[in-house]
Design a protein around this ligand. Structure first.
Ligand code: UP5
Ligand code: MG
Length: 199
């Protein structure tokens, strides 16, 4: 696809930074479609007959990044499906949440699917993210919301995913928002920055 027809904003930030929470708010105010790579992987994991189910399950528990062929295919399918639903009059605005998590994924997606408009990056301390995730873990049922998995996710984020943010930053393609405060305060900052960027 061309970025003239399809707008993609990547939404990145550490585990528990609030990517999903902020995306939901943006969906209701701006008409974006929200595609969470993690949610798509969890759906695929639970899909009967999926050849990737076991691999996805094991990777998520360990906080390891699933091979991009799987994730990009799921994202592309979800975008295609959404565009078919919306038809010719659709605006094709997508928030892609939690992806790309590795430099080669970013390069491959932008080359083979569509270049991103920019990356919305939520900056948050590990102490705050840990507290949020442990609290969510009391009810979420997510296999990776436990202290051991959380520590592994933090490590992978710093070592493997931050280089993606840094590369986009060096190209002037990052919108950075502090995610330490409450959801509404964070969202106000997001809206302000989007306005500055002409969204
Ligand atoms: N909360 C949110 N915002 C708050 C705020 N401002 N103040 C106070 N509380 C706030 O929020 C987390 C919790 O905090 C919630 O309880 C929320 O109410 C509260 P959420 O919005 O869910 O944060 P989010 O950043 O989305 O956290 P999430 O846990 O989803 O982040 P991850 O990046 O860890 O999870 P994801 O689902 O993206 O990935 C999971 C795994 O899938 C990865 O570890 C990896 O193994 C795999 N994966 C891939 O391999 N490839 C991909 O491309 C994507 C995922
Ligand atoms: Mg999420």
């Amino acid at each position: 696809w061309s970025d003239k027809d399809v707008t993609v904003i990547f939404v990145l930030g550490g585990p528990g930074a609030g990517k999903g929470t902020q995306c939901q708010k943006l969906v209701s105010d701006y008409g974006f479609k929200h595609l969470s790579a993690g949610d798509l992987l969890r759906e695929e994991q639970d899909r009967p007959g999926s050849e990737f189910g076991e691999m996805i399950k094991a990777n998520i528990k360990e906080g390891i990044i699933v091979p991009m062929e799987v994730t990009i295919q799921l994202l592309e399918n979800a975008m295609q499906k959404q565009m078919e639903i919306d038809g010719a009059g659709g605006k094709n605005l997508f928030l892609i949440d939690g992806f790309p998590r590795k430099l080669d994924q970013a390069h491959h997606f932008e080359r083979t699917v569509v270049p991103s408009k920019f990356t919305l990056f939520f900056e948050c301390s590990e102490a705050v993210m840990e507290k949020r995730l442990l609290q969510r873990g009391e009810t979420s049922g997510r296999a990776d919301d436990n202290l051991e998995s959380i520590k592994k996710r933090f490590r992978v984020f710093v070592e493997t995913s931050m280089p993606v943010v840094n590369e986009f930053e060096s190209k002037g393609k990052v919108v950075r928002v502090s995610a330490e405060r409450g959801p509404d305060e964070v969202y106000r900052d997001v809206q302000e920055k989007f306005k500055e960027r002409g969204v």
